[in-house]
Design a protein around this ligand. Structure first.
Ligand code: NDP
Length: 322
């Protein structure tokens, strides 16, 4: 540790993380993970990265003394963890500290989508309650629904506990059966979509889930179908979704994440049956601060005893050389 170790802050990192890093490390900053921005001086000195940005193979190659990438966020699809492992570089993320917050947001998004609460509030604020009468009755209800969870991990299970309290049956799809739950397991996403009318995506991004919510899955969900995505935008084929919402293949969608953030397709914005949030799943002051602390604590632990707090599965066996 101490100020002899240089940590590179890449992207717009939480100010609390930057402040704490500055107390222990020598800090350098980079707007993005672009190898063209790496000076020879940085290449010689950087041993750690605190990242809220894309970190891929070329930028790792440009930093020969890099040992660890501490990602801000539990989802680390912007970091090439497979390449990192092959290069002997540790990758950490920020699990657990955001789980309950993101699950809370998911239930809020589900209720907003099904019961049109944002639209009802707009009705009041626009003076329509007083001038035109009651907000129209919602076509959809949570009552009688059957919920499928795609990605029953830490957050998916916290969502499941909340859905149980709402009195709705739950089924799920993962690559493997999950421990500690009695929910019905479906070995494919399509079978899950056929069995439920409400599909909540809490799966990570990356190649394994890319556009897996496609036209066929949306058709299987059916005309009363509601899709909620709090996982990653890349999981959904947005073109197929826009078509399915427009022609009644499914009833409604609630999205916190998008394929090309912060850009949201105008066709989605124009759809009345789409409830859209600007990636606020974990975005409270307290939770973001806890995530910032975990980024810093992973770096301190690595440069201390070499045992990071929350390594990602791909790099769990990477060891310090020094
Ligand atoms: P976990 O790793 O605990 O859970 C991920 C789950 O997805 C696991 O159950 C895993 O099961 C399943 N899964 C992974 N890949 C696949 C696949 N190819 N096919 C089917 N199932 C798959 O992660 P968390 O619950 O902590 O977080 C989940 C994701 O939520 C993050 O990766 C992130 O993208 C997103 N997120 C979004 C936030 C927001 O603000 N909107 C905030 C925080 C997280 P198995 O391995 O058996 O397949």
């Amino acid at each position: 540790g101490t100020h002899e170790t240089t940590v590179l802050v890449v992207g717009a990192l939480h100010p609390h993380a930057v402040e704490r890093l500055g107390k222990t490390f020598r800090i350098e900053t980079l707007k993005e993970g672009d190898p063209a921005l790496v000076t020879p001086e940085l290449a010689a000195r950087v041993r750690g990265i605190a990242a809220n940005a894309v970190i891929d193979g070329p930028v790792m190659d440009a930093l020969p003394n890099l040992e660890i990438i501490a990602n801000f966020g539990v989802g680390y699809d912007k970091v090439d963890a497979v390449y990192a492992e092959s290069a002997g570089v540790m990758v950490t993320n920020t699990p657990d500290v955001l789980t309950e917050e993101v699950a809370d947001t998911t239930l809020g998004l589900l209720l907003d989508t099904v019961r049109e609460l944002p639209q009802a509030q707009a009705w009041l604020r626009e003076g329509k309650w007083e001038n035109q009468g009651n907000y129209p009755l919602t076509k959809l209800s949570l009552r009688g629904r059957r919920v499928g969870i795609f990605g029953l991990g830490r957050i998916g299970k916290a969502v499941g506990r909340r859905i149980e309290a709402f009195g709705l049956p739950i089924a799920y799809h993962n690559r493997r059966k999950a421990d500690g739950v009695t929910y019905d397991y479906y070995p494919t996403l399509l079978e899950l979509a056929e069995a439920v009318d409400t599909l909540i995506v809490v799966a990570p991004g990356g190649a394994g889930t890319e556009k897996t919510i496609n036209a066929e899955v949306l058709r299987a969900l059916g005309p009363d179908g509601v899709l909620i995505n709090i996982g990653r935008g890349s999981v959904v084929d947005e073109e197929a979704l826009i078509e399915a919402l427009g022609n009644g293949t499914i009833a409604a969608v609630g999205l916190d994440v998008f394929a090309d953030e912060p850009h949201v397709p105008q066709a989605l914005i124009d759809l009345p049956n789409a409830t859209l949030l600007p990636h606020v799943g974990s975005a409270s002051q307290a939770t973001r601060r806890a995530m910032a602390d975990l980024v810093v604590d992973n770096l301190i632990a690595w440069f201390g005893d070499g045992a990071p707090l929350t390594p990602v599965p791909e790099t769990v066996n990477v060891k310090r050389h020094a």
